[in-house]
Design a protein around this ligand. Structure first.
Ligand code: MN
Ligand code: MN
Length: 363
């Protein structure tokens, strides 16, 4: 290179700078780093998002990375999309009330999921010692945390006399309401014991649990790593988002596969990897990923993810679907008449006899 260079960026993108010889043709961009996202800073925490505006191909899913300090509150709000979340670090207390008047409150820690169905109002508050940080995902690429329905915004933009009449209080009681949306704000800590904070609901709690302790479930182990799946089979309320938490050990890979039912939205939690996406018509492109990156794979395009670092590669695979589904290249080949497969590829059929017939998501 004789012209301008950006060595730091080049080091992050070895497979873009010097693509493998199998890459060919054009594919849309399939990566966006959270580090390139605008941070919305508030007293009590911050948020940043990767949506279709940042990554145009990601039409089916948008993600928000949020940090709440101890006591920091993501204010009471709702939105038309469902909310799926994964706690990355720390602890939070979440609340919701459903359309039938059942309430929900739970404390969540690292590795836990929560799910609020579309339109259901909810809140999140960071707990001691140092609050929390989490990933939110919404099954709509155009979602934005800037356009949710917030309780403070509602109070600021309805006639105060009407609000007072609605609540059956004197209008003077509303003198102190905020003049604009708070979004995230610093509040006093809630009572440490959940039971002391919970409101008794004459109708009882929500019928379906809104929290799922994902990393407390035993993973599906394979030779090079492990996978945990959360979808409506074990987390029934999560009708709009299916998820897999994947760990790939150094030197190993998430096997060549594709998804027959939905696009894949990825969030890289730790480690380094590279993914080649094969798009038919002789097109393929390789991207490098690291912690905080969002990746995307359109439905049915085959892909693998190879751990290129020295620590475990951890990522979330999310789908706008009630069910996680994938098709394994190796399993397909193992379960198809071997003479037929061998004739296509001009390979020894002994190779096919040795292929495992069960799925090996990480090899
Ligand atoms: Mn929300
Ligand atoms: Mn996949």
């Amino acid at each position: 290179m004789l012209g301008p260079r950006n060595p730091v960026r080049e080091q992050e993108n070895p497979d873009v700078l010097r693509p493998p010889s199998t890459d060919r043709g054009s594919l849309p961009n399939l990566r966006f780093s959270s580090a390139d996202s605008h941070v919305k800073m508030r007293e009590g925490g911050w948020s940043r998002e990767v949506t279709q505006r940042e990554l145009p191909i990601s039409t089916t899913m948008a993600g928000v990375n949020m940090r709440l300090k101890s006591g920091g509150v993501r204010e009471l709000h709702w939105h038309k999309q469902a909310e799926w979340a994964f706690m990355l670090a720390g602890n939070a207390r979440v609340t919701a009330v459903d359309n039938d008047g059942h309430n929900f409150i739970a404390d969540v820690g690292a590795g836990d999921l929560w799910y609020f169905p579309s339109g259901i109002p909810h809140s999140i508050q960071g707990l001691p010692g140092d609050g929390c940080e989490f990933l939110l995902a919404f099954p709509d690429g155009e979602f934005s945390e800037d356009s949710t329905f917030a309780i403070t915004d509602l109070f600021a933009h309805n006639d105060r006399n009407v609000l007072a009449k609605n609540l059956g209080v004197n209008v003077k009681a509303l003198d102190g309401i905020p003049k604009e949306e708070r979004f995230i704000f610093q509040a006093e800590l809630p009572p440490p014991r959940l039971e002391a904070d919970a409101v008794s609901d004459p109708l009882g709690a929500v019928p379906l649990d809104m929290v799922f302790r994902l990393t407390q479930q035993p993973p599906h182990q394979s030779s090079g790593g492990n996978v945990r799946i959360a979808d409506t089979r074990n987390f029934p309320i999560s009708t709009d988002v299916a998820a897999a938490l994947v760990e790939v050990n150094p030197g190993h890979m998430r096997e060549l596969h594709w998804h027959p039912n939905a696009d894949e939205w990825q969030y890289y939690i730790s480690g380094k990897g590279r993914m080649t996406v094969f798009a038919a018509e002789a097109r393929a492109r390789t991207f490098d990923y690291q912690a905080g990156d969002v990746g995307y794979v359109p439905m049915s395009m085959s892909h693998f993810i190879e751990n290129t670092g020295s620590e475990p590669l951890r990522l979330l695979e999310l789908f706008k679907s009630p069910r996680f589904m994938d098709v394994s290249l190796a399993q397909w080949m193992a379960l198809t008449p071997h003479e037929l497969v061998a004739a296509h590829l001009n390979i020894d059929r002994d190779i096919l006899n040795r292929l495992r017939k069960d799925k090996q998501p990480v090899v």
